[in-house]
Design a protein around this ligand. Structure first.
Ligand code: SF4
Length: 63
């Protein structure tokens, strides 16, 4: 699984990092970024949950 955060859509609410801190963090601009692009099995459900929790649909998941 791969994941990417669309910087143009992210509003920096922090929900993704709260749901899955292993993968998402807020950068210096206050926007979310993925710390890793290849998601391991252990974090994959949390990444899907974070994508569902994102209010702007900024998280792109590729299964
Ligand atoms: S949940 Fe969505 S809008 Fe909020 S910080 Fe994460 S990517 Fe950005």
């Amino acid at each position: 699984m791969k994941v990417k955060v669309n910087q143009d859509s992210c509003i920096g609410c922090g929900a993704c990092a709260a749901v899955c801190e292993n993968v998402f963090e807020l950068n210096d601009e206050g926007l979310s970024q993925a710390k890793v692009t290849e998601i391991n099995e252990k974090d994959s459900q949390d990444v899907r949950d974070a994508a569902d929790a994102c209010p702007t649909g900024a998280i792109e998941v590729e299964e």
